[in-house]
Write a protein that binds this ligand. Structure first.
Ligand code: C5P
Length: 236
């Protein structure tokens, strides 16, 4: 089982807003693992990744690549130079695409960031998946199959709902990592998330890493909220 961590989703529109937030953690001995998504990456470019890395944070670059294998391989070979700790793609791109991504991501010394697959987005309902995507299976069957495909391609784990983490572990083994958003404190606002879990329940349910955005970024005291989350999730 992975030791895991709490990953803060840096869903901010600009570099200035991100730095104002990260400054609160400047004197923290445990620099948070952070997630950089499309909004920030497209607004601020690769430089923001380098700067946040230089501040001592581990980085999950959440760009969810999905294209033909050769294009994904080449894109990953660019991203590998950013020296992030974790990145991802859509399992829907097929096993060939996922294998090509690993080739592109692997550095000359054989090391590479953790590579995760998005199975079905949690915003996709089973009904829409069946009616619009013509996937003739249930959501759990689809998530399980996509996770197995990711494992077969050599990936390290999946991004999934905390409610699916146990299913993924059962299908792919304890070492196959689960990274789960949709986390809320027991006494917190749910916001637009529908199916949520507390940090503690997520851990018990099989999540190795939890991705937490607004419960930390919008808290009155983000540092205290982060510490609470780490305590509930890792018991530290
Ligand atoms: O603010 P909140 O804790 O809801 O943020 C969750 C983060 O995880 C956001 O960056 C969101 O885009 C991301 N995410 C998610 N559900 C998914 C995949 C990613 O909430 N299925």
């Amino acid at each position: 089982m992975n030791r895991g961590d709490v990953i803060i989703a840096l869903d901010f529109p600009s570099a200035e807003a991100v730095y104002a937030f990260l400054d609160k953690f400047e004197n923290e001995s445990r620099k948070p693992f952070v997630k950089i998504g499309m909004e920030l990456y497209y607004a601020a470019g690769p430089q923001i990744v380098r700067e946040i890395k230089a501040r001592g944070h581990k980085i999950f670059l959440d760009l969810k690549l999905h294209d033909i294998p050769n294009t994904v391989k080449r894109a990953m070979s660019v991203l590998r130079n950013l020296d992030v700790d974790m990145t991802n793609l859509h399992a829907a791109g097929t096993i060939d695409m996922m294998k090509a991504a690993i080739e592109g991501l692997t550095r000359e010394d054989g090391t590479r960031p953790m590579l995760l697959a998005v199975t079905q987005l949690t915003s996709t309902s089973e009904e829409r998946m069946q009616k619009e995507l013509l996937i003739n299976a249930t959501m759990p069957e689809t998530v399980k199959k996509y996770a197995q495909n990711a494992k077969e391609a050599g990936l390290d784990g999946v991004v999934c709902s905390p409610l699916e983490a146990a299913l993924v572990k059962e299908a792919c083994g304890a070492e196959f990592a689960t990274v789960t958003p949709g986390i809320r404190f027991a006494d917190g606002d749910v916001g637009d998330q529908v199916r949520v879990m507390t940090p503690e329940k997520a851990r018990v349910g099989g999540s190795d890493y939890i991705v937490v955005g607004r419960p930390i970024t919008q808290a009155e005291d983000p540092l205290a909220a982060y510490r609470r989350c780490v305590k509930e999730f890792l018991g530290e």
